[in-house]
Design a protein around this ligand. Structure first.
Ligand SMILES: NC(=O)c1ccc[n+]([C@@H]2O[C@H](COP(=O)([O-])OP(=O)(O)OC[C@H]3O[C@@H](n4cnc5c(N)ncnc54)[C@H](OP(=O)(O)O)[C@@H]3O)[C@@H](O)[C@H]2O)c1
Length: 237
């Protein structure tokens, strides 16, 4: 299904983005991955093998995104999970923290799509990354919850603007990725336990489960303007 398809992943050096790149390469495609850290990029490329290439990129900087896509060349598929942000309560955080998710996660993905367009196939597909706090916000990140809801709206709006290019959104619950493995053990255990209490399936998800959702959205030719929630039923309880 992905044979001879070329995928670009902004934020493909670890976590969900890496897993999607790995699956597309395993299915006969090529991946061009990007992230900010050179060592992480190099290690990811070693793991992905000869059908992968990569470039440093920071999605908060349009010049960096432009240079990434110029170097990447022609692509058929785009996935944009990379984002750097902090979050916290409206009455506790600085303006910089409050705005960080919109700066990197919302505008970072918006401008990634914009600067990918000259290289993206006219029958190509895009998957944006949101998060299930869009529909069930946590009590410590109003701007982050709103950012995820805005991304789901952006996916619908871009599907309309860019058709026949297909644009969809994946909006996961808590996923056991490197993002969490970098947290202190106690913080991670607490977060996973409380997510298990809230989700119908009583556990956090895996990068594999989200990557399969993304592959479906990238490959199903009749999906556009939709959001899928690999969240174990978190949004329903
Ligand atoms: N894991 C979860 O529980 C979960 C749940 C819902 C939504 N999400 C969303 O999924 C996305 C990815 O999460 P993950 O768990 O896969 O995280 P991860 O393992 O930390 O991977 C993030 C990837 O994005 C890159 N990145 C970070 N900031 C970037 C920037 N400014 N520009 C370009 N690349 C950047 C990272 O590399 P560098 O650090 O080297 O740049 C890395 O390749 C995030 O947007 C997150 O909000 C995650």
């Amino acid at each position: 299904m992905f044979e001879n398809k070329r995928l670009a992943v902004i934020g493909g050096t670890s976590g969900i983005g890496f897993r999607v790149a790995e699956k597309v390469v395993a299915a006969g495609g090529e991946a061009v991955i990007g992230g900010r850290d050179a060592k992480r990029l190099e290690a990811a490329l070693v793991r992905l093998g000869s059908r992968a290439s990569g470039h440093l990129v920071d999605n908060r900087d349009q010049a960096s995104l432009k240079a990434f896509f110029r170097a990447a060349g022609a692509i058929d598929l785009l996935f944009t999970p990379g984002a750097s942000y902090s979050r916290g309560r409206i009455d506790e955080v600085s303006d910089d923290v409050a705005e960080s998710s919109f700066k990197s996660k919302f505008w970072g993905q918006y401008y990634a799509v914009k600067h990918a367009l000259p290289s993206l196939s006219k029958d190509g597909a895009v998957v944006l990354m949101a998060g299930a706090y869009s529909v069930r916000p946590a009590p410590n990140g109003a701007a982050y919850g709103a950012c995820n809801a805005a991304l789901e709206g952006l996916g619908r709006a871009l599907a309309v603007e860019l058709a026949p290019i297909r644009v969809n959104v994946v909006s996961p619950g808590t996923i056991d990725s490197e993002l969490w493995q970098r947290q202190p053990e106690a913080t991670r255990q607490d977060a996973f336990r409380s997510y298990g209490d809230l989700a119908l399936l009583k556990r956090v998800g895996t990068t594999d489960e989200v990557a399969e959702t993304v592959l479906f959205l990238l490959s199903n030719g009749y999906m556009t303007g939709s959001t899928l929630y690999p969240d174990g039923g978190f949004a329903l309880r």
